[in-house]
Design a protein around this ligand. Structure first.
Ligand SMILES: [Zn+2]
Ligand SMILES: [Zn+2]
Length: 131
């Protein structure tokens, strides 16, 4: 089933064709800053699986200059995280929270658990570490 998503203000919308290759929670400090939360929950798909439906002109990409590959995309009006290609262009990272529904199983791996926020130190998410 095609997954529909979009930003908070509604300017940007997109569709993702299944299946996704991975669904990962990342607890690194960069994802904390980019999401304002304890972790990023991201789907990984191939670039051809994404179709922008509206608002592509509102999508801003930010590549962290001193990072090997970290980037984020967001709506310039409302700031919501949006899909973006990895710097290699081989994969597309889709913030799961941008989806409107239709996804019925959660992340299966976690990344950078050792870098999790100090206020999350006692929490255990029960996921295996990413290979
Ligand atoms: Zn928006
Ligand atoms: Zn991260």
């Amino acid at each position: 089933m095609t997954l529909h998503g979009g930003c908070l203000c509604g300017a940007v919308s997109f569709e993702i064709d299944p299946p996704h290759a991975r669904f990962v929670r990342c607890y690194c400090s960069r994802c904390r800053k980019a999401t304002g939360s304890a972790c990023a929950s991201n789907l990984y798909v191939a670039p051809h699986q994404l179709r922008w439906l509206a608002g592509i002109a509102e999508v801003v990409r930010f590549d962290l200059p001193d990072a090997r590959s970290f980037a984020t995309s967001f709506c310039r009006r409302c700031g919501s995280p949006l899909p973006h290609a990895t710097r290699s262009g081989r994969e597309l990272i889709v913030p799961a929270g941008a989806l409107d529904g239709g996804l019925h199983h959660g992340p299966t791996r976690r990344a950078h658990w050792a870098s999790r926020a100090s206020w999350l130190a006692e929490h255990e998410d029960g996921l295996p570490d990413e290979a």
